[in-house]
Design a binder for this molecule. Structure first.
Ligand SMILES: *Cc1c(COP(=O)(O)O)cnc(C)c1O
Length: 508
């Protein structure tokens, strides 16, 4: 799609950066692979080692087109390769390690197995692959015009997940979640949504399998998202509501509560737990969600290999951590194997900085305290973030797996104010054409910082961006920015002090 003209140039540049190697594929090819091939350096160009599926080496020639790769057939479970395993989830009442049957009222058996699995690869069901093919493989695009505008020697690529029916990475997990529920004979699922991206993704997935879908929506900022959910047959209820104990409790304390993702999760979990025939779905944070999202990174490894590129920096935005983990975990595997060594950087909003300003502790995933306790970076389960435009990043916690990887030092994190993010988004839209969702503007703005840094130092780094969705339903945010009415909402450490004090004390 993009790359024909640039392939030779980038290959040459990549070879320069790895002077000990003789072709652009060096970084991806182990010595064994090369000696197996026994090819002359000139012939080796365009031949790559398949890294992603653990079938051992599979060598094949490519035409150098990053978009002629196959849809991966397995998800990757990073837990299998971590030198230290993440701490277990705990029962919310007893504080004892959670048992699989504790989760049975909420999730179908296969998803519970995936949640606690230590298998390295988990096969993707054939029917799910068939649905993935509606929009996968998603494009890997070189942002040549943005590079030119920035006058940077860096090469910038973005992996674009906005081609899915719902316009983001979320259907990557919505489809298998709906499928496993349907397989187990479940008829109804209930979930929460913040900005509406998850609700619409699950509504789409449920429509494929005839499941009833109920969405608890934390605020009504994106009216067209609600209509998408309804078009796909879902029922949408505002949250907080008076039909659940959780909602009533919140409204008693604050009748004007604007709601939050954490509150909507409490309501959805309560509905699922109270109904035998109803299960719960979550759009981020949990191990099985991040597992499903690794299809992004697996595919991207193949695409980069096909064009002989090696990322030096990988940047993604983090709300609950699923698009970030989905892209980066397969790269962390390669890092642990010593095959690649990219710097991996999470970017969070300055107004909701769970990694950079939160603490690493056991906390609830919801506001009321009904979910299991998870060891994660958190601002406190009753922290209600300011209403920034990146609604998908307004969550008090961070995926336990991303938190653990951060603690282990395999990645770093920064936070950015939203006006810088939208400034970056406009540069991106006016050079690359795509209008990003407010969430990935964080990754784009951080990539622009990195590219400008390269301009100063003259480094020809390869920067890879997780461009996880489009912003077609977020134009009201763009309107605010374009009219000059967008302000940066400061993180209030007093507010966080109060919510951090409410984190349960776990005696180990
Ligand atoms: C939901 C969403 C996010 C935030 O969730 P993560 O789990 O951190 O990925 C970010 N971007 C988009 C486009 C989303 O829909």
């Amino acid at each position: 799609m993009v790359l024909d003209a640039s392939v030779m140039a980038s290959a040459a540049a990549a070879a320069n950066r790895h002077p000990q190697g003789s072709s652009s594929t060096t970084a991806f090819c182990s010595t064994t692979a090369k000696s197996l091939l026994g090819l002359a350096p000139s012939v080796r160009f365009g031949v790559h080692e398949k890294l992603s599926h653990g079938h051992g080496l599979r060598i094949r020639a490519t035409s150098g087109d990053s978009n002629k790769v196959e849809v991966p057939r397995q998800w990757y479970n990073l837990i299998a390769d971590l030198p230290v395993k993440p701490p277990p989830a705990l029962h919310p009442k007893t504080h004892k390690p959670l048992k699989q049957e504790d989760l049975s009222p909420l999730f179908p058996d296969e998803l519970i197995k995936q949640e606690v699995s230590e298998e390295r690869f988990i096969p993707i069901p054939e029917e799910v692959i068939d649905i993935y093919r509606l929009w996968r493989p998603t494009p890997l695009i070189r942002a040549k015009r943005l590079e030119k505008l920035l006058e940077t020697p860096a090469r910038i690529y973005y992996k674009y997940e906005g081609t899915s029916p719902a316009g983001s990475h979320k259907p990557n997990t919505a489809v298998p979640q709906a499928w496993y529920n349907a397989q187990q004979g479940v008829r109804n699922v209930v979930t929460e949504t913040g900005a509406g991206q998850w609700g619409s993704s699950l509504a789409f997935a449920c429509s494929l399998f005839g499941l009833n879908c109920e969405v608890r929506a934390s605020y009504d900022q994106k009216p067209y998202r609600k209509l998408m959910m309804q078009t796909w047959g879902a029922r949408v209820h505002p949250s907080p509501s008076t039909v659940t104990n959780a909602g009533r409790k919140i409204l008693e304390d604050d009748p004007m509560s604007p709601g939050s993702l954490g509150i909507a999760i409490s309501e959805a979990v309560e509905v699922a737990a109270a109904h035998e025939d109803t299960k719960y779905c979550l759009g981020s944070v949990l191990n099985h969600v991040l597992l499903h999202q690794t299809i992004i990174g697996e595919e991207c490894l193949e695409q980069l290999a096909a064009i002989g590129e090696t990322p030096d920096v990988i940047i993604g935005c983090t709300g609950g951590g699923s698009n970030f983990g989905g892209l980066t975990f397969p790269f962390i595997r390669e890092k642990l194997k010593g095959k690649l060594n990219p710097l991996i950087r999470a970017v969070e909003p300055a107004a909701c900085p769970s990694l950079t300003k939160g603490i690493y502790a056991y906390d609830y995933g919801d506001t009321v305290g009904m979910t299991p306790l998870m060891k994660m970076h958190t601002l406190g389960h009753d922290f209600v973030p300011d209403p920034i435009h990146a609604g998908g990043l307004r969550y008090h916690g961070m995926a336990p797996l991303v938190s653990h990887v951060y603690e282990m030092g395999f990645m770093e994190a920064i936070s950015l104010p939203q006006t810088e993010c939208f400034r970056g988004a406009l540069l991106f839209a006016r050079t690359e054409g795509l209008i990003p969702a407010p969430e990935p503007t964080h990754a784009i703005a951080a990539a622009i910082r990195e590219a400008l840094h390269c301009k100063e130092t003259g480094e020809k780094k390869v920067i890879l961006i997780a461009m996880c969705g489009h912003g077609h339903f977020d134009l009201a945010s763009y309107e605010k920015y374009l009219e000059g009415n967008m302000v940066d909402l400061d993180f209030s450490s007093e507010k966080a002090q109060a919510s951090l004090a409410a984190i349960p004390q776990i005696v180990p």
